[in-house]
Design a protein around this ligand. Structure first.
Ligand code: GLC
Length: 534
């Protein structure tokens, strides 16, 4: 049965607004900048943009600390700029997805100011307040995801408030119906303005253990890991009641037609899939970060895809992600040659792909000198900072790579003079061209956008280095064969079969006809149309 809903057939592109395009000269991107670059996104061939937060914020965590859920921070523009962005995106058939951050607000949000004012305030219970533990210290052993305790004592009331992230990001109490109602109103505010969906920040954190039990120690903890890993996050997040909360949000979206709810969830597959909800009343797309977390080896990735496909609930739509503003860039992790394999994988697996801005240019490692570290996590726990994956988009070889008329808030990649949209868009060998061709192929072939998935079994001598699978729809079969290694491989096709190379990561190969054997160069991937017995 063909699936035609846009968030199933389409491709999402994440824009980190600080870093996409500055329309002024303050070195920080803004909404008008995004609008000015919509033609590029339409040319590239994506279907939706997800914009990281642009709400009023003191920017302790670069906008993930929201001081007003229904506004635009002056740094990024105005509500008029936002309305223009949505209208211009829709004119180009691009959907707009917002980043909704309901787990915590900024300390400067009026709700929290009231909540901390005194213990009798009606907003007191909107946040998570607890008396000190028996020893007068924090109420339990929960840690902040950015290092240090997750509890901060408020001198005025003598109680502690909980913050899963910075002390500037107090967690809201989603057990309180008034909080739920206020957040639903914020969703409606943006839905009324025409947004097509939300990516919900740390959705698996929304409900905490009712008894605030201590988290158990993590026996696998190693000192190089972030401090949060000292304990298993058993009671501070992923509580069963969270599914009702998500169903409540999903119901708000349902009143507005085909809108999408994407949930940010870092959990193993068997827990992740529960976020589709009972009878699919939960997140439409619980973000699947497994490609980021699995070792980059053909056999490991093949096993992961099989496991994920098998774990999906009936009717649950899959999705895949290679990177985001919290994770090292794919090209920095696997190198430039394998970044092309990663692109082919992301855009040919079954399920909605989310691309991270700049990955289509293969943005790689960037050295951030300690004095230019901006990420609060990187400041608290050096080595874990997220600045390298947040550097400005590189548009051309002009000053500041066309990103800003001023000094960018983070440095460019060292190779920006040749690694930019202008230099790469007409180069048949560039990774940008490969991304664009893959997006075109996905549009042209139902087998890729809605077809079924099947792993192709390979002889043991190939399986360690090559991952092969088929996507089939309406009688058409496409075979994807990816060489994860640095040596050439020669694989037998079915006896007497021929195939036509629709696209190769190595441009010269596209269009070739293969008979009997498929030869792959080192680091080469191909999408092959199988023509059956020749
Ligand atoms: C999410 C965001 C991350 C942010 C954190 C706290 O993980 O993606 O950037 O720091 O939530 O809001």
């Amino acid at each position: 049965m063909p699936e035609t809903v846009w968030w199933k057939t389409g491709t999402v592109y994440q824009v980190y607004p600080r870093s996409f395009q500055d329309s002024g000269d303050d070195g920080v991107g803004d909404l008008a900048g995004i609008t000015a670059r919509l033609d590029y996104l339409a040319w590239l061939g994506v279907d939706a943009i997800w914009i990281s937060p642009f709400y009023p914020s003191p920017m302790a965590d670069f906008g993930y600390d929201v001081a007003d859920y229904c506004g635009v921070d002056p740094l990024f523009g105005t509500l008029d700029d936002f309305d223009r962005l949505v209208a211009e995106a829709h004119r180009r058939r691009l959907k707009v997805i917002l980043d909704f951050v309901p787990n915590h607000s900024s300390v400067l949000h009026p709700w929290f100011r009231e909540s901390r004012a005194d213990r009798e305030n009606p907003k007191r219970d909107w946040y998570v307040w607890r008396d000190p533990g028996p020893d007068g210290g924090p109420p339990n052993n929960w840690l902040s995801n950015f290092g240090g305790p997750a509890w901060t004592r408020d001198e005025a009331g003598g109680q502690y408030y909980y913050h899963a992230f910075l002390p500037e990001q107090p967690d809201l109490n989603w057990r309180n119906p008034a909080v739920r109602a206020a957040m639903h109103d914020a969703l409606r505010f943006w839905l009324e303005r025409g947004v097509d969906g939300f990516r919900v920040d740390v959705i698996w954190h929304l409900i905490k253990d009712e008894g605030f039990r201590d988290n158990p120690e993590n026996p696998g903890f190693a000192p190089h890991q972030p401090e949060i890993n000292r304990f298993e996050q058993v009671y501070s997040c992923d509580r069963p009641e969270v599914l009702d909360i998500i169903a409540g949000m999903r119901a708000v979206l349902r009143d507005y037609g085909e809108r999408v709810l994407i949930g940010e969830i870092y959990l193993p597959i068997e827990r992740l899939v529960s976020y589709y909800g009972t009878n699919l009343d939960g997140a439409d797309l619980p973000f699947n970060f497994q490609l980021i977390q699995t070792p980059w080896r053909a056999d490991a990735v093949a096993a992961l895809v099989e496991e994920y496909e098998a774990a999906l609930p009936e009717g649950g739509w899959p999705n895949w992600v290679l990177g985001n503003h919290d994770q090292p860039r794919i090209a920095a992790r696997v190198g430039p040659a394998q970044a092309r394999i990663a692109a082919m994988l992301l855009l040919t697996l079954r399920g909605t792909p989310t691309l991270y801005y700049g990955d289509e240019l293969g943005l790689g490692p960037v050295e951030i000198p300690p004095e230019r570290t901006r990420d609060p996590w990187g400041r608290n726990e050096p080595g874990h900072g997220r600045d390298p994956e947040r550097t400005p988009m590189q548009w051309d070889a002009g000053p500041q790579a066309g990103f800003s008329a001023g000094e960018p808030w983070l440095p460019l990649t060292p190779d920006w003079v040749c690694r930019n949209v202008e230099a790469m868009s007409d180069d048949p060998a560039s990774i940008l061209t490969l991304y664009r061709r893959l997006l075109g192929l996905r549009r042209d072939h139902g087998a890729l956008s809605v077809g079924g998935y099947r792993t192709v079994a390979l002889a043991p001598e190939h399986a360690e280095q090559v991952f092969a699978y088929e996507r089939a729809h309406d009688g058409a079969v496409l075979r994807v064969v990816l060489n994860f290694g640095g040596t050439g491989q020669s694989l037998p096709l079915e006896a007497g079969w021929a195939g036509h190379v629709l696209l190769s990561t190595h441009p010269g190969r596209t269009g070739a006809r293969e008979r009997g054997q498929l030869r792959l160069a080192p680091d080469e991937g191909v999408v092959l149309r199988l023509d059956g017995p020749a």
